[in-house]
Design a protein around this ligand. Structure first.
Ligand code: ADP
Length: 456
């Protein structure tokens, strides 16, 4: 972070700067354990703790100042900034800080594919610019400000991921990030419970434009059923990426999937560039097209963009293909939504193997849409040639119902160990197994048990 002065912070937060001494702020933190002399501590109330309780400690540790909602009587008052809402203050200060950087900032949202696309965009931009990209899941109203404060004068570009679960969140995040380029990866069904309908989801994602100048381009997936209509009539230039939609600016052609990569040709406004992407699945081709287009908008050369994509490394528990003892495992336990389950089933379908086994756990946070979504994904498993479906969790019963005799063996389990035992008893060389579920289902435990058995 570049340093700020306490008076600058006070005025950014609407306090009277004349009441504060000249003091340097070298970091902003919400975590009392991270506090040092230059810290500005913002006391945010969490689920388990109210950080106001730590303010006396934090000041004793030498924090430059603390931002609070409640008056702390025995504190030196020229180290206290009082605001009505510390979460809002965090956003306001991050907005002020971000405004000090005249660099390209890519703001990225979408129902699925945010993290993957962000990593691909960063891989492309890093070929030309020193690029800061959102780390971990720092994509909400706490995380995005934290990422903004990581900017410093050495960075030449930034890619910020924006997540949401309801209306207004993207609006507040885009107001902080002020993207010079926006990206919407797709409109799916995640968080439909909060947003009522897919049109509601579209509307919430389109809030990204509120923080963008009308001349700032918006990159979209043109093959999504709602996005092309959704952007009709907006002032911003729209860059369309896709495979089958008409009039794409950036189109993937001649797509081939091999065991662990996708090869395709990007046709960017009539010029063609072959790409080798070390990730599988058509969904990743879309993500890569978006990243390529973003690079073109920022004057990365096509050769650099291609190189960046070839160096992309999948992160965390997101789709990873592992081969053990003649068995191919698609590990994909980071998250699950109907869109991402269908994408993963297509990856399984396109793998070269003797038998396809899908181990699918519950998808969470779908509210009243949950049963329909699980039924649909069960049907999608059948359509994509799954030979064995092992469903895990209370909601997952509907996968089996949705598969409706379209899958020779479709079984439901409430117990993870029983599922693992069944799976291990049937595994044969040449099988490909997809593991996919919402994070809360901890399906990675089943993968580990299966690896132990294969290794043993
Ligand atoms: P998010 O950050 O939006 O949750 P991720 O990039 O972490 O999304 O991807 C989560 C899962 O969604 C991946 O493991 C993959 O199975 C699937 N996925 C990724 N990109 C797409 C996409 N463009 N369309 C559909 N599914 C996708």
């Amino acid at each position: 972070m570049n340093s700020m002065t306490l008076t600058e912070v006070a005025s950014a937060l609407g306090a009277d700067p004349s009441g504060y001494p000249e003091r340097e702020i070298t970091n902003v933190t919400l975590d009392s354990r991270e506090v040092n002399d230059g810290s500005l501590f913002i006391a945010v109330k969490g689920d388990r703790f109210d950080a106001h309780d730590f303010v006396p400690d934090v000041l004793a540790k030498g924090a430059a100042a603390a931002v609070c909602e409640k008056r702390i009587e025995d504190a030196e008052q020229d180290r206290m900034i009082y605001v009505p809402d510390t979460r809002r203050a965090l956003l306001a200060l991050a907005k002020h800080y971000r405004a000090g950087f005249d660099i390209p900032v890519v703001g990225l949202t979408g129902s699925v594919g945010k993290t993957t696309t962000k990593e691909m965009v960063a891989a492309v931009l890093s070929q030309k610019y020193r690029t800061l990209a959102t780390q971990g899941n720092f994509n909400n109203e706490i995380g995005l400000p934290k990422m903004c404060f990581k900017l410093d004068s050495s960075y030449e570009a930034a890619v910020f991921e924006m997540g949401m679960s309801g209306f207004g969140e993207i609006s507040r995040l885009t107001d902080v990030a002020r993207p010079t380029i926006g990206i919407i990866t797709n409109i799916g069904v995640s968080h439909i419970e909060m947003l009522g309908s897919r049109e509601g989801i579209l509307k919430a994602k389109m809030e990204i434009l509120e923080g963008m100048s009308p001349s700032a381009p918006l990159i979209i997936n043109g093959d999504n059923d709602l996005l092309p209509k959704g952007v009709e009539g907006i002032a911003n230039p729209v860059v369309v990426c896709g495979i089958s939609c008409p009039h794409a600016d950036c189109r993937a052609e001649s797509i081939r999937q091999s065991q662990d990569s996708m090869s395709f040709v990007i046709n960017y406004r009539g010029s063609r560039y072959p790409v080798e992407l070390p990730a599988v699945g058509m969904h990743n081709v879309y993500n890569a097209c978006i990243a390529f287009a973003c690079g073109m908008l920022l004057n990365v050369s096509p050769e650099q963009a291609v190189k960046g994509l070839s160096e992309y490394v999948p992160t965390g528990m997101r789709q990873k293909i592992v081969r053990r003892g003649g068995i191919t495992v698609i590990e994909d336990c980071y998250n699950a939504s109907p869109d991402s389950i269908k994408a993963s089933l297509r990856v399984l379908r396109d793998l070269d193997c003797k038998r396809r086994i899908a181990v699918l756990g519950d998808m969470k946070e779908l509210g009243s849409y949950s049963r329909t979504a699980h039924l649909e994904c069960g049907a999608a498993a059948a359509e994509n040639g799954v030979d064995v479906l092992l469903a895990y969790g209370p909601e997952a019963k509907a996968y089996v119902e949705g598969a409706e005799g379209g899958i020779p063996t479709a079984l439901h389990f409430d117990d993870k160990r029983e599922l693992v035992m069944k799976l291990c008893s049937m595994l044969q060389e040449g099988d490909a197994v997809l593991f996919k579920a919402s994070r809360a289902m901890k399906l990675e435990e089943a993968i580990e048990s299966v690896y132990d058995v294969i290794a043993g």
